[in-house]
Design a protein around this ligand. Structure first.
Ligand SMILES: [Zn+2]
Length: 521
C-alpha cells in the first residue's frame, strides 16, 4: 500500500521514543500534557532527497545549515542521493573526497563501510534521522576510478559485491547521478546489474537521470527499462523538464511514467517546489572534461584547445550529456557557494562576464581552478506549471535536494516543506492538506521501506511535527536562503523535542535508519 493520510482529533501519548497510544486518552498522573488546540500534529516529514550524509560533521559555524531541514519539520532525511555517498571508500580516497566535496559540503569525510559511517555520524550526533542510499558513483570510483569506459565483467562483480555489503548493513537502496562523472560513464546494463542486486534485497534504485531537458524522455525510458528488467522499484529524483524549449513537457513525462506504472514498473518521483535547481559548477562541463578525477580535470582546464572544444560543445545538445548552459543560459546560472570568492556569491555568470570582460569558458575554467573544483551554482531553468504538474502526480514525494554549502545556497534547503504547505496548499490550493502531508510522510515511508515512520499510530516511532497552518510561511529566499519558516511550532525526533515553541532545544536525537521489510507496511 502506498500511504493513506486522514485528519481527525485525538490525543497522542508518547513514551520511550514511540507513539504509545492514540485516541481519547486523558492524562495519566504526573504526565506532561501539551494542548495543541488549533494546531496540526503530523508525522515528522520525510525528505526523500538530501545530501545530508555528512551533516553530523559540520562545525558550529555551519549551525544554520545543520538545522535548516529540522526547522521545517523534517525528522528523516534520505541521503546518499545522485550517486554520492561517503561509503564504501576502499581506494582512490583523495579523488573520491574531492569528488564528494561540492555535493556533501565542508563536513565531507569518507568511510570504509556503512557501519563505520553510521558509528561516526551517531557519535557526532544527528539533528534528524538519516536513511542512507549507496552512491553508484562511489561504488564505480572504488573499482575503476573516474575512467571514461565500460566496466568489465570482473569490475561489475566487484561493484555488485560492494553494493551487497552495504545492503547487508541496512542501506535502503542505491542511487545514480548520470550527469556526473563517473556515473555518466556507466551503461544501462551496468545499472541494471546493480538494480538486480538491490531488488533481491527489497531495496530500491533512485536516479538522477541522464538528461532532464531536451532528451528527458529518453532518460526516463532508461530508468523505466532498468526497473522493468531488474524488477527493482525505481525512484526518479527531482523530476523536471528544464530549459525553455521543454517547458510544458511534464505532460508527456508524467504520462510516460503513468504508462510505465500501468505496465507493472514500480516507479515514483520526488520534486522540490522551485523553478531553479542547484548543483556543482563542473556539471556544466561536458563529461569528457571530467574524466580521470578532479585533479586531471583541473589540469586539463588550463589547456586552450580544451577550452575551445568546451566552447563548441556548449552550443549543441545531444542525448549523451545534459547541456546545462543551453538549458539555463548564462543569466540563469548564479554562483551559490565559492568559499574563496564570497564576493561573487549571488551573482550570475552573465553578470560576472560583463564585470570582468572575460569569455565564459575562461571565467568558468579559472573559477574551477582557483576553487579546486569546489563551487556550487543555482540554475534558473524550469517553468512553474511543470513544478505544479509534478507536485500533483499521485506518486510524487517532496525532496529538498539541499546542498549543505555555505554562501548563498538554494533556498530549498530551509523552505521546501513549508513552501509546499504555504504556497501549494494554502494559497494556490493545488493540493489538499492531507494530500500534501501524505507526500511528506506515509508515501515516502512506504517507498523507502521505513515501516515505523510516517504515521501516527501505536508502535510507530515518535517523529512528530506540530504546525500552525494559518501562520505557516516559508521565508527563505534567494537573497536570504537560510531564513527558517514561520508556523512550525514543535518538532520531535525519536520522542525528543528538538524544536519547542519555535525555538531549537539543542537536543539531537537523530538515528541512522536501516531498511526493514518494505512489504510489511
Ligand atoms: Zn541530483
Amino acid at each position: 500500500m502506498d500511504g493513506v493520510t486522514t485528519v481527525g482529533v485525538a490525543d497522542v501519548r508518547v513514551a520511550n521514543g514511540l507513539i504509545e497510544a492514540v485516541g481519547d486518552l486523558g492524562p495519566l498522573p504526573g504526565e506532561e500534557v501539551r494542548d495543541l488546540n488549533g494546531l496540526y500534529l503530523a508525522p515528522g516529514f520525510i525528505d526523500t532527497h538530501t545530501h545530508a550524509d555528512c551533516i553530523a560533521f559540520l562545525g558550529p559555524e555551519s549551525e544554520a545549515l545543520t538545522v535548516a531541514n529540522l526547522r521545517q519539520g523534517v525528522t528523516t532525511q534520505v541521503c546518499g542521493n545522485c550517486g554520492f555517498s561517503p561509503f564504501p571508500v576502499l581506494s582512490v580516497e583523495r579523488e573520491i573526497t574531492s569528488h564528494l566535496l561540492p555535493a556533501l559540503g565542508p563536513g565531507t569525510r569518507i568511510f570504509r563501510s556503512l557501519q563505520e559511517w553510521r558509528g561516526a555520524a551517531t557519535e557526532a550526533t544527528l539533528p534528524t534521522n538519516l536513511a542512507p542510499l549507496v552512491g553508484h558513483g562511489t561504488l564505480r570510483a572504488n573499482v575503476m576510478g573516474f575512467e571514461d569506459r565500460h566496466a568489465t565483467e570482473a569490475e561489475l562483480r566487484q561493484m555488485e559485491e560492494l553494493l551487497s555489503a552495504c545492503l547487508e548493513d541496512g542501506a535502503l537502496g542505491f542511487s545514480s547521478g548520470l550527469i556526473y562523472a563517473p556515473g555518466t560513464f556507466a551503461t544501462t546494463d551496468e545499472l541494471t546489474r546493480l538494480a538486480r542486486v538491490a531488488g533481491r534485497y527489497g531495496a530500491l534504485y533512485a536516479t538522477h537521470v541522464r538528461n532532464e531537458s531536451d532528451h528527458v524522455l529518453g532518460a526516463l525510458q532508461e530508468a523505466i527499462a532498468i526497473g522493468s528488467q531488474s524488477g527493482c522499484p525505481v525512484h526518479v529524483s527531482h523530476h523536471k523538464t528544464a530549459g525553455r524549449a521543454n517547458w510544458g513537457r511534464t505532460q508527456e513525462t508524467l504520462a510516460r511514467l503513468e504508462r510505465a506504472r500501468a505496465d507493472g514498473v514500480d516507479i515514483t518521483i520526488d520534486v522540490y517546489p522551485y523553478t531553479a535547481g542547484s548543483t556543482a559548477l563542473q556539471a556544466i562541463l561536458p563529461p569528457w572534461v571530467q574524466r580521470d578525477g578532479a585533479e586531471a580535470m583541473l589540469e586539463r582546464l588550463k589547456d586552450g584547445a580544451v577550452r575551445q572544444r568546451i566552447r563548441r560543445d556548449w552550443v549543441e545538445t545531444t542525448p549523451t550529456w545534459q547541456n546545462l548552459v543551453h538549458a539555463a543560459g548564462w543569466e540563469g546560472i548564479v554562483v551559490a557557494s565559492a568559499s574563496d570568492h564570497p564576493e561573487i556569491e549571488g551573482k550570475s555568470l552573465a553578470e560576472l562576464q560583463a564585470e570582468t570582460h572575460r569569455d565564459p569558458v575562461d571565467l568558468v575554467c579559472e573559477l574551477l581552478i582557483s576553487q579546486r573544483a569546489n563551487v556550487t551554482i543555482i540554475l534558473h531553468m524550469m517553468a512553474e506549471s511543470d513544478v505544479q504538474n509534478a507536485l500533483r502526480w499521485s506518486y510524487a514525494m517532496i525532496g529538498s535536494d539541499g546542498i549543505l554549502q555555505p554562501g548563498r545556497p538554494h533556498p530549498r534547503i530551509a523552505g521546501t516543506f513549508a513552501r509546499v504547505l504555504a504556497t501549494y496548499v494554502k494559497t494556490r490550493q493545488l493540493l489538499s492538506l492531507t494530500e500534501a502531508v501524505r507526500r511528506m510522510t506515509s508515501l515516502p515511508a512506504w517507498r523507502f521501506g521505513l515501516s515505523t515512520r510516517g504515521r501516527i499510530a501505536p508502535g510507530a516511532s515518535a517523529d512528530l511535527v506540530v504546525f500552525d497552518l494559518s501562520a505557516l510561511s516559508d521565508r527563505s529566499a534567494y537573497e536570504e536562503p537560510l531564513t527558517p519558516p514561520e508556523g512550525i511550532v514543535h518538532v520531535m525526533v525519536n520522542g525528543v523535542l528538538a524544536l519547542e515553541d519555535g525555538a531549537l532545544t539543542g537536543r539531537r536525537a537523530g538515528e541512522v535508519l536501516g531498511r526493514v521489510d518494505r512489504h510489511g507496511v
